[in-house]
Design a protein around this ligand. Structure first.
Ligand SMILES: Cc1cc2nc3c(=O)[nH]c(=O)nc-3n(C[C@H](O)[C@H](O)[C@H](O)COP(=O)(O)O)c2cc1C
Length: 338
């Protein structure tokens, strides 16, 4: 029997598939089904900086029986009713999820700027979260802000969370950084135990008939996996921080590629929305078949075998690949033309 056990954020996990943050885990019944299907941990949906700030300002306002300024100042913030969970509901759900299953439950905080809201990480820890995933979704839209300033802001934010809790903290990152290896090593310096590669960006679509800009959410396809594999393979082995892959993990082959790139775990959301929670069990069975056929004793022995430090030719990860890819394409085109 293949040993699927892996490690992530100092936690011993019984398999490589973690359910990433999705509303599917907002039902305790689903949380149990995820464990039964073979998920080794679950990341709950996020609580948002805006939501936490909004709730604490509402409380202040209530307490001071204040002016109308608070209501007026809410104009630019999303409607509180749009959020799925309030703080108390979130913590109660976290406690119930912890009580329902034996696998680790990770809570998720989602924000962009340091502030009082990060204190909520402590409440999550006290409610039983085995780890905190910090989703740092920031967009640079201000031309006066430099990339160095944005990175410092991110590091401050992560430091404020890692100082607030003893539980391990993983940072869910965007891939848009000039030097990802440098940033990840700084994240390790400020106490992050893991990085989750990568946050998906939900760009709005344009409706040219109504001249409206609309939010869109499409499920991922496996083609999104490549950028995650690429960066996990580059980062693996150069620091102690753990790597997780989210984005485009749909099949056994995708999970195996993620581990071979160097990730400790891979995460699934879209595949479970599309195929159902029991898909996890089918993927694990396919992996078992593949590994047994090649006489592997454990999944762990495959870890990092296709990382940049493990392969004899590193050019596929570097500029060499870019040149090779472009020139091979033009050759094919030329052959086809004659
Ligand atoms: C419906 C839906 C809701 C999501 N909500 C969150 C969220 O609250 N916080 C978060 O960090 N990621 C959220 N995500 C992103 C997923 O956790 C995941 O990172 C992303 O979908 C890429 O993985 P996938 O290719 O397996 O879908 C959500 C994804 C979906 C599809």
């Amino acid at each position: 029997m293949i040993d699927f056990s892996t490690q992530y954020l100092g936690l011993k996990l019984n398999g490589p598939i973690v359910v990433s943050s999705t509303p599917l885990s907002e039902s305790i019944d689903n949380v149990r089904r995820m464990e039964d299907a073979g998920a080794s941990a679950i990341v709950l949906t996020s609580l948002f900086e805006e939501q936490l700030e909004l709730e604490s300002r509402a409380l202040d306002e209530d307490l001071s029986r204040g002016t109308e300024s608070f209501a007026e100042s809410l104009g630019y913030l999303p409607d509180l009713d749009d959020y799925r969970m309030t703080q108390e509901v979130y913590l109660e759900h976290l406690r119930r999820a912890k009580a329902a299953v034996a696998i680790p439950i990770m809570a998720s905080l989602n924000g962009a700027t340091p502030g009082g809201w990060v204190r909520f990480a402590k409440d999550m820890e006290q409610a039983g979260a085995d780890a905190i995933e910090l989703n740092t979704y920031a967009l640079a839209t201000d031309k006066s802000q430099t990339s160095a300033e944005l990175e410092l802001q991110l590091l401050d934010l992560v430091a404020s969370v890692t100082h607030a809790v003893k539980a391990p903290v993983a940072v869910k990152l965007s891939r848009s950084f000039t030097s990802l290896p440098h940033l990840v090593s700084r994240l390790e310096d400020v106490g992050a135990r893991g990085v989750v590669l990568f946050n998906r960006f939900y760009q709005p679509d344009f409706d040219i008939e109504t001249l409206e800009v609309r939010p869109t959410l499409h499920f991922s396809t496996p083609s999104e996996l490549l950028s995650r594999l690429h960066w996990a393979a580059i980062l693996y082995g150069h620091m102690n921080i753990d790597l997780a892959i989210t984005g485009g993990v749909h099949s056994a082959e995708d999970v195996l590629k993620g581990i071979m790139a160097g990730a400790g775990i891979t995460m699934m959301a879209s595949a479970l929305h599309i195929h159902g929670i029991e898909h996890i069990g089918r993927v694990l069975a396919d992996m078992r078949y593949w590994l047994e056929k090649r006489e592997y004793a454990s999944l762990w022995e495959t870890r990092g075998c296709l990382s940049r430090r493990s392969v004899p030719d590193t050019s596929p990860f570097d500029r060499g690949n870019y040149i090779k890819t472009l020139s091979s394409y033009s050759l094919r085109q030329t052959v086809a033309a004659f």
